[in-house]
Write a protein that binds this ligand. Structure first.
Ligand SMILES: [Zn+2]
Length: 91
């Protein structure tokens, strides 16, 4: 047996994800990888590798990424607005 991974208790929270149950393992380059069915705070279900949960590299279904990008998206029009402002004063 190679490296064994401890099971993650149900209900364990990683960011926005809550572990629901274990999913069938997948074959990785270094043997089988434990995969967990997780529910995101937004209601989405997804499978996440245990190592990704433990490392904290996966903490949402992707909505966290969208949410953190939102402020940048809001800032964009202001930047464009400033850039698009004519150099000279309007008559
Ligand atoms: Zn989500």
């Amino acid at each position: 047996m190679g490296n064994r991974t401890k099971p993650i208790p149900k209900g364990t929270r990683f960011g926005r994800l809550v572990v629901v149950c274990q999913a069938p393992s997948i074959e990785g380059t270094q043997g089988k990888k434990a995969v967990w069915n997780c529910e995101c705070d937004c209601g989405s279900f997804l499978k996440v590798k245990g190592q990704d949960l433990r490392r904290g590299s996966t903490r949402s279904c992707g909505c966290l990424y969208r949410d953190t990008r939102a402020p940048l998206g809001l800032r964009l029009p202001m930047t464009l607005g400033a850039h698009a402002r004519p150099g000279g004063k309007a008559p």
